[in-house]
Design a protein around this ligand. Structure first.
Ligand SMILES: Cc1ncc(COP(=O)(O)O)c(C=O)c1O
Length: 426
């Protein structure tokens, strides 16, 4: 809808009547939180049998009782399980506690304090930079910010980061030490990297010998539909190209079992694993193998995990479809309102130029909370003030319908206010 064509008076009237609609919606007094990608209660309930399986197994594996200290790499069976899911070698897997984000943070801190496989500690360098395709995951950017790593924002395209920019940056500047990647069902855009992008990342020339790709493969198993999108295995490409040391891959079961009692994996070349283990040695005497065993007994392997993920998809697919239906009903063919239609992952990404902050503010006033506008960009700088991340998994479909009516109305109001201000302000 191009509100300019209405002219000032009609636009003011339309805005006034939309404000009435909004007021009515506001009176429903709902409190709906769509700020983060969290599993809903029904999803969490799916994983509860893992604790009974653990008790039934009496905490035993082939190696004996696993309740005590030890096994810094994680339980062998848990490493085998991640190796099967991610198609890497067991020697390339280290299984830790519940958060992959926490491993990412540790690795960056280790790099800053001790260097990477013998390189100069990044703290001793005048500057360290990371490439941040955006929109991206706010928590990646927060880690860089708190650790003083300078972020270079580059566009996220439909098939992954803008690789011409990435290649130019890493080739010419030794202070560029890494790139954040969410290669499958990306947060928030839902895109999956093309084969070509994976190949270019694995084979590009980097000025820094300690450059690392932070391959946050959080949504590898999280398809919403039967036709799962295939991501090229970066380990295969990098192994062939002799660049495997450049890849740090991360995964977790936060959205497969329980985010608070899940397990996470770090996957990398054997030399990287040895390097990181030598640093973790001082931090922990071993991970929570008890919870790891519960996961092995419940998830088993890739095939069985895919079955579990189908149960998750059946619960959350209608929620994605409810959001899609409301947006399509209000804005199909509207060139000013664009949104993603993801095949998997946890988010829908919405773009409305120059309006994101106002829309989030209005929705918040009506009890619907989104992640702050700008959060999907480094330093919260969304130059076009356009991106809003919708996380539809926690609310019920009924709640989502209410939340989306509020969002749709907020979008209309914000757009009309903008046109009045820009085109008819005097
Ligand atoms: C891309 C991505 N990576 C990591 C995480 C957090 O993972 P974990 O719970 O394993 O720390 C999230 C959570 O939403 C995510 O979207």
């Amino acid at each position: 809808m191009d509100y300019k064509v209405l002219g000032k008076q009609q636009l003011e009237e339309t805005l006034a009547s939309e404000r009435k609609v909004f007021k009515k919606l506001q009176k429903t007094g709902r409190s709906i939180d769509m700020t983060r990608g969290r599993p809903c209660k029904e999803q969490l309930d799916l994983a509860i049998p893992m604790f009974q399986l653990l008790v039934d197994a009496n905490f035993q594996t082939a190696a004996g009782d696993i309740r005590n200290y030890g096994m810094p790499d994680g339980l062998k069976e848990a490493r085998e399980m991640f190796a099967s899911i991610y198609d890497v070698r067991i020697e390339e897997v280290l299984v830790a506690d519940n958060s992959s984000l926490s491993i990412m943070y540790d690795l960056l801190q280790f790099a800053k304090q001790f260097g990477v496989m013998g390189s100069t500690p990044w703290n001793k360098l005048p500057k360290v930079k990371f490439i941040c395709p955006a929109p991206g995951y706010d928590r990646h950017f927060s880690i860089c910010e708190v650790l003083g790593i300078e972020m270079i924002t580059i566009p996220m395209l439909d098939d992954g980061p803008d690789m011409d920019m990435v290649e130019a940056l890493v080739k010419g500047d030794e202070s560029v030490k890494g790139i954040w990647c969410i290669p499958k069902y990306s947060n928030p855009t839902g895109i999956t990297y093309s084969d070509k992008v994976v190949e270019r990342l694995a084979t590009m020339q980097t000025a820094a010998s300690d450059f690392r790709i932070f391959w946050d493969n959080a949504y590898a198993m999280h398809t919403l539909y039967e036709n799962d999108v295939k991501l090229k295995n970066i380990f295969d490409v990098a192994r062939k190209a002799g660049t495997l040391d450049r890849v740090y891959q991360f995964a977790s079961t936060s959205k497969i079992t329980l985010a608070s009692a899940g397990i996470a994996a770090f996957m990398a070349s054997e030399t990287n694993i040895a390097d990181i283990k030598s640093k973790y040695f001082f931090k922990t005497i071993g991970p929570n193998k008890t919870v790891q065993l519960a996961h092995v007994l419940y998830m088993k392997n890739r095939e069985n995990t895919a079955k579990i993920m189908k149960q998750h998809a059946d619960i959350i697919r209608p929620k994605f479809e409810a959001v899609e239906a409301k947006l399509a009903e209000a804005f199909t063919d509207d060139e000013y309102v664009k949104w993603s239609k993801p095949n998997g992952g946890y988010f829908i990404s919405l773009n409305i130029k120059s309006c994101a902050k106002r829309i989030v503010e209005l929705a918040n006033e009506a009890g619907v909370k989104f992640t702050g506008a700008g959060a999907t960009f480094p330093y919260k700088l969304d130059d076009h003030n356009q991106n809003i991340r919708i996380a539809p998994t926690v609310p019920t479909v009924d709640e989502l319908n209410v939340a989306m009516d509020i969002l749709v109305s907020a979008i209309k109001i914000a757009r009309m206010e903008l046109v009045l201000e820009k085109c008819f302000s005097n």
